[in-house]
Design a protein around this ligand. Structure first.
Ligand SMILES: O=P(O)(O)OC[C@H]1O[C@H](OP(=O)(O)OP(=O)(O)O)[C@H](O)[C@@H]1O
Ligand code: HPA
Ligand SMILES: [Mg+2]
Length: 175
């Protein structure tokens, strides 16, 4: 089986929307410092573009978790592959994700991170697929809601491919 990628959200639309969300975040955190946590690997492109457009002082940290492996459905078991370098205590923390699908990854992550006593803990996602939700997740900042389709690009992969596409595309499978 081979696959074709069909554009769903263009690079220009993503760029414009990230600017809007970054402006909102900059207003909401005015007078504060923001500690941004990127959920690797998928969140890395979004983290870079978003953080460049935020105007309050920012620090960055990275955490790597995996639940999908090379599959199209979450295994339900979330594994920490790399933990944060810095403690969260007293910090205003913003988690940056590429997509919320079942919600299992963030459900697990938010539980762990809340126990580290940040001053505040919020979530910013590039994409949200609400139809697929299994675990309830409160999102403060979301760029795009999408239908129940498997997407790639802008950090998102299918079997580790297509992360570097500058747009979001839907995977169509062909024989
Ligand atoms: O809401 P969920 O159903 O849990 O799915 C969302 C998560 O799945 C993907 O990560 P993945 O585990 O594939 O690792 P990756 O970011 O390294 O691709 C994606 O980047 C999210 O982190
Ligand atoms: O639609 C998706 N695409 C890529 N990775 C994902 N992880 C959860 N949902 C997706
Ligand atoms: Mg991920």
């Amino acid at each position: 089986m081979s696959e074709k990628i069909r554009e769903l959200i263009s690079e220009e639309k993503i760029d414009a929307r990230i600017r809007e969300v970054a402006e909102r975040i900059s207003r909401d955190y005015a007078g504060k410092k923001l500690h941004m946590i990127c959920v690797l690997k998928g969140g890395v492109f979004f983290m870079c573009e978003l953080s460049k457009r935020i105007t309050v002082p920012v620090s960055l940290d990275f955490m790597s978790v995996s639940s999908y492996g090379n599959e199209m459905n979450s295994s339900g078991v979330v594994k920490i592959i790399k933990d944060l370098d810095e403690p969260l205590e007293g910090k205003d923390v913003l988690i940056v994700e590429d997509i919320i699908d079942s919600g299992r990854t963030l459900g697990y992550l938010m539980d762990i991170l809340e126990k580290r006593h940040p001053a505040s803990l919020k979530l910013c996602t590039l994409l949200d697929k609400p139809e697929r939700r299994v675990v309830d997740i409160q999102t403060q900042y979301c760029c795009f809601e999408i239908p129940d389709q498997f997407v790639v690009g802008y950090g998102l992969d299918y079997a580790q491919k297509y992360r570097n596409l500058p747009y979001i595309g839907v995977v169509d499978f062909e024989d």
